[in-house]
Design a binder for this molecule. Structure first.
Ligand code: ADP
Length: 687
């Protein structure tokens, strides 16, 4: 006994000693049974043993111990393991369920109750199908089939039903339960409720989509860079501007797109900002997909968490127009000073001559010349003041009845009076009363006439015509001068705009047409130009006559007609035929276009032959509305093919091209000069 005790684990030694003492007491019949740990001699391993036996006495003296020693180590470990497992199963956040191959539930932990709402008592003995939605019942046999094939079923995402009828998102991992021979006897299933994380993910995705939409909706280029300055995101605006994909741009970095002259200053500022962690701001030119460079203002701010910069958020704002305007203003100031100085210098010179001449007769021509220059000076200053008034919306109009023929001939006379180089011929003028501002309209006619004279230095005549057409007074001033190239036509009425090659040769501020356009607009009129470079130009303007525009409207389900247009839905060809007539303005274009939209929808038509052959003048004020609003409406209403037959008026052609250019949708558009070709084109598409 003594030798044996030497191997007893020190923690169990006392208890063993006590038990031995007890068993040595003859009162206890020498029965002995005890479990404890021993330490083996050979490898110092600790093992659990159970010692059971009897002590034999001879005259109350213990003489022999006969018993058995059982090694309990494996059993003890298994017990410990199962105790641990039970603890894990109870405390797990996941539902842990075991079931037979017939899907009958054999165990159900606390979390299963928390997640699905059923207690263990309710579920043990029930089948798992209680939790499976009807349309997912095939999943169970499929899982068993996969496990039998030796496949793993891990984090399988599906939906399950709770006791209160909710469908929840779960992630399921299933393991087979096997007997000693390795046969699958049941399944252990761990189900994790992922509804909350799914919801969070969905919310995150939605917020990211919203965020990206926002970033793409703003007109600026938006980008982010890592703390080291490496570009890692650009919005769609950048891709559209540069003509590359996000990946390509992020791969290239900005440097590839910055104008080489602006690059050194920009890099220096960027590096400084990166090092100091301060706002970055720089102006540079960026190269667009068409090869042109546009001025941008770049700004970036660092986003930090604590003192650590996590990312840089940057924007590049297109400031090209402002830059151009600045440049044009500078140019304008230099031209204006020059223009004002020229007559002043002449007046000064004439005054000096006059000082030296006493004879009143000899003084006369110099006084006349000096007076002419004063008039010019007055006009220039007047133009400058008018532009200021137009910009401030303070140009006043004094509308009163006037004789249009008198207005025209008086204006011609006053110009003719001061020039000898050209003869201004009034070929026709209707005798009609018009309600308008006499002085302002005279200003328009003066401007057209003096331009016609100025820009036809080699010619002798300027022809003026006037007539009533479609309820409008139309005036044309024709010269045989330098003409204007088509590409410059639609910019002529802009402020300060002067055709490049004329600006150097002819004096002027580029304000006259801008002011005239504003005056005509205020009278409800419009203007346009027909011109051929080198041959001459005809400037037109139109003033609507009140009372003559009484509309007569006819309308059925397939037909519409007023003084501006005729629409016919051709039922055999299933196409809409639209014929615009006469002078159009924003109001007439809008009205007509909306009727087209209604008839297109009503007749479920997908093609239009839009004939502008009979359009006159210019409808430029409607181009933005047609491109941005009307075309998308038509596209939504089912329009697929749009054949446009050009008007002979260059200005109307320019308007049509501009509108159709704005609209970059799915409508297929084609221009024609011949109605028959347009119809054939529209008819070729399957219906
Ligand atoms: P300005 O004549 O003072 O430059 P306008 O506003 O009257 O200003 O005209 C703007 C520009 O239009 C002119 O600079 C010129 O290039 C062009 N222009 C105007 N009228 C004619 C014309 N009859 N023939 C050719 N070009 C013209």
């Amino acid at each position: 006994m003594e030798a044996f005790s030497a191997h007893i684990h020190p923690d169990d030694r006392d208890q063993v000693q006590q038990e031995i003492q007890k068993s040595l007491d003859p009162k206890h019949n020498g029965q002995y049974e005890l479990s404890y740990r021993i330490i083996r001699f050979d490898n110092q391993e600790t093992r659990w043993i159970k010692v059971k036996g009897s002590v034999y006495f001879d005259r109350h003296q213990p003489v022999r111990f006969i018993g058995t020693v059982l090694d309990l180590t494996e059993a003890a470990m298994a017990e410990e393991k199962s105790a641990k497992l039970a603890a894990i199963i109870t405390s797990s956040d996941d539902a842990i369920i075991s079931k037979t191959l017939e899907s009958v539930i054999t165990s159900w932990n606390d979390s299963a109750e928390r997640i699905f709402g059923y207690s263990a008592a309710e579920m043990i003995g029930e089948t798992i199908y209680r939790l499976i939605p009807h349309d997912r019942r095939q999943e169970e046999p499929e899982i068993i089939r996969r496990l039998k094939n030796g496949e793993r079923v891990e984090n399988f995402e599906t939906k399950r039903l709770t006791k209160d009828g909710r469908l929840i998102d779960v992630s399921v991992t299933v393991s087979p339960l096997k007997d000693r021979r390795g046969n699958i006897t049941g399944l252990s299933k761990i189900a994790r409720d992922i509804s909350a994380s799914r919801l969070l993910l969905k919310e995150l995705e939605a917020s990211e989509t919203r965020f990206r939409f926002m970033l793409n909706a703003i007109p600026q280029q938006v980008w982010t860079a890592g703390p080291d300055g490496a570009l890692d995101y650009v919005n769609q605006v950048v891709c559209d501007d540069f003509g590359y994909s996000t990946e390509e741009i992020v791969g290239h970095g900005w440097q590839a797109f910055i104008h080489p002259d602006d690059l050194p200053a920009c890099l220096e500022k960027w590096l400084k900002a990166l090092v100091a962690g301060t706002t970055y701001e720089v102006e540079f030119r960026l190269k667009f997909h068409d090869g042109s460079y546009r001025w941008h203002l770049a700004r970036a701010i660092p986003y930090s968490e604590g003192s650590i910069i996590k990312l840089w958020l940057g924007t590049n704002t297109n400031i090209d127009l402002q830059k151009q305007n600045e440049q044009r203003k500078d140019e304008f100031l230099s031209i204006a000073s020059h223009e004002l100085k020229t007559p002043l210098t002449s007046i000064k010179a004439y005054n000096q001559i006059l000082e030296r001449i006493d004879d009143p007769e000899k003084r006369k021509p110099f006084i006349k010349k000096s007076a002419d220059h004063i008039v010019r000076l007055e006009r220039l200053i007047g133009d400058l003041l008018d532009v200021t008034k137009i910009n401030a919306g303070k140009m006043n109009y004094d509308m009163a009845p006037l004789s249009f023929r008198a207005l025209l001939s008086d204006s011609i006379d006053s110009i003719q009076h001061s020039i000898t180089s050209h003869e201004i011929v009034l070929e026709s003028a209707p005798d009609i009363q018009y309600n308008g501002d006499h002085i302002r309209l005279e200003q328009v006619i003066h401007n057209f006439l003096s331009n016609a004279v100025k820009y036809s230095p080699g010619a002798k005549k300027v022809l003026v015509n006037s007539k009533i057409e479609h309820g409008n007074i139309i005036v044309s001033v024709q010269d045989f001068g330098i003409g204007i190239a088509r590409e410059n036509l639609d910019r002529l009425f802009e402020r300060y705009y002067r055709v490049d090659n004329t600006a150097m040769r002819f004096e002027g501020l580029g304000l006259g047409l801008f002011i005239s356009a504003e005056i005509l607009r205020k009278h409800g009129g419009s203007f346009w130009i027909e011109s051929e470079q080198g041959k001459g130009s005809t400037f037109y303007f139109r003033l609507p006559l009140e009372g003559l525009n009484k509309p007569t409207v006819a309308r059925t389900d397939t037909f519409y007609c007023d003084q501006h247009l005729t629409i016919n839905f051709n039922q055999t060809k299933k196409r809409m035929e639209v014929d615009w007539t006469g002078f159009q303005d924003l109001e007439s274009v809008k009205k007509g276009c909306l009727v087209m939209w209604e008839l297109l929808k009503q007749n479920q038509c997908d093609r239009i032959v839009n004939d502008n052959t009979h359009v006159m003048g210019n409808w430029s004020e409607a181009t933005d509305w047609v491109g941005n609003t009307w075309f998308p409406m038509m596209e939504q209403a089912g329009l697929k093919y749009f054949a446009h037959v050009f008007s002979p008026s260059t200005f109307s052609q320019l308007s049509a091209i501009k509108s159709i250019d704005i609209m970059a949708g799915i409508v297929t558009t084609q221009y024609f000069t011949d109605i028959k070709l347009a119809q054939a084109w529209a008819d070729q598409f399957p219906r």
